[in-house]
Every structure is written in C-alpha cells, then in structure tokens.
Ligand binder design. Structure first.
Ligand code: SAM
Length: 190
C-alpha cells in the first residue's frame, strides 16, 4: 500500500507543518491520541492547547500524557473549540503552526455528543486567523452518522469558498470505499 491511509496522512501533514518549540492546537481532544502525537512533535519547549467539551475526554487524554511524561507540554480546556481565541494567550496569536480536528463523537463515549457545523466553522475561522504563515489546519471529517453528513456538506461549502490568495485547501479522500469512510480537508495559510 503506497497511498497513505487517512489518519496516517493527517499525521504526515502535521509533521510537515510543526517543528520543536511550536504552538499547536488539538481542537477535539477526545481520547487524546492526537494531543500526545502533537506533544511529541512540539518537544519540551512547545505547547499544545487542547479543547473538548467532555470531562471524560480530557481525563482520558491527561492520563495518556502523564503516562508518557508529556503533561507539561499541554494545556487542556473543558470548553468548546469555538472559544479557542479567548483561551489562547494573545502572544501566541499568529504563531500557531498546526491544528487538528477529528470531528464526530468520542469513540467509546456518548454518541449523541457530536461536533456541529456552526461551532466547528467558528473554530476553524478563529484558528485560521491565529495561524502563522504556512500553518496548517487538518480536519478529519467523519460523515457516517446523520449529523456528520450534514456537517460534511456545510464544512465543504465553507472550505471550497476560502479565497485562493489566503489559503491552500486540500481534500484527501479514497473515493471507492463503502460506508462513508472519513476523509481530510486541510487548510494551509498563505
Ligand atoms: N482526536 C480524538 C482522539 O485522538 O481520540 C478523537 C476526537 S472525537 C472523534 C471528537 C471529540 O470532539 C469528542 O470527544 C467530543 O466531545 C468533542 N467535541 C464535540 N464538540 C466539541 C466542541 N464544540 N469543542 C471541542 N470539542 C468538541
């Protein structure tokens, strides 16, 4: 298999954008796999700001960080990602090199708590404004559940109309797979 699968490709995009010492965002912490991945990428002088609305998610993530001795590299907030701008100190605005969204519900958690289009787009807009030039937002879109399908449509409509002189927008998707597999939209600030 030479074509990268979706989740590995999301990581490759982040690896290309993020260097040691950088400031990054995990906009949907969930069980913390991406937060841990980002904490490794930014190294001991960098910082990951993580957001989730569920306490269970933040606890699960913190447990993983502590197990690996990475907890000092992350600041986790129990609030919606639509509030990122308010929680990230102003000195870091314009310095965010990478951000990830894994949309949908918490695996193993309450499937009725899902990301929703309005707040997702509000968060993407805020984070885009806080990106450094060449900073990247990676969005993994899960659209197998009913709310996810609507979120996919609205998000694509938004991403496809971002001005070309401000952003490069990529869609990475396997188009012959059954059961609505996830795909990636990545937005790079110019
Ligand atoms: N990246 C995670 C991981 O590595 O395990 C998986 C994330 S999971 C698919 C989606 C998460 O988004 C859930 O934990 C859910 O609570 C969270 N979520 C839903 N709405 C949110 C919002 N407005 N702001 C931040 N997180 C939200």
């Amino acid at each position: 298999m030479k074509l990268e699968r979706i989740l590995p490709f999301a990581k490759i995009l982040l690896e290309k954008a993020v260097s040691p010492g950088d400031i990054v965002i995990d906009a949907t912490v969930g069980n913390g796999h991406d937060t841990v991945f980002l904490a490794d990428l930014v190294g001991e002088n960098g910082k990951v700001f993580g957001f989730d609305i569920q306490e269970a998610a933040l606890e699960s993530c913190m447990e993983k960080l502590v197990k690996r001795g990475l907890e000092k590299r992350a600041a986790l907030f129990k609030t919606g990602h639509q509030n990122t701008k308010a929680w990230i100190p102003p000195e870091f605005h314009g310095r965010i090199s990478g951000a990830i969204f894994n949309l949908g519900y918490l695996p193993g958690g309450d499937k009725s708590i899902v990301t929703i289009p309005d707040t997702t787009i509000a968060a993407v807009e805020q984070i885009f404004n806080m990106l450094s030039p060449q900073g990247v937002i990676v969005i993994v879109i899960y659209h197998g559940h009913p709310e996810g399908s609507a979120e996919k449509d609205i998000l694509l409509q938004y991403a496809e109309t971002l001005p070309q002189d401000k952003a490069h927008v990529l869609r990475y998707q396997f188009i012959n797979q059954k059961n609505s597999p996830p795909f990636i939209v990545a937005i790079e600030k110019r």
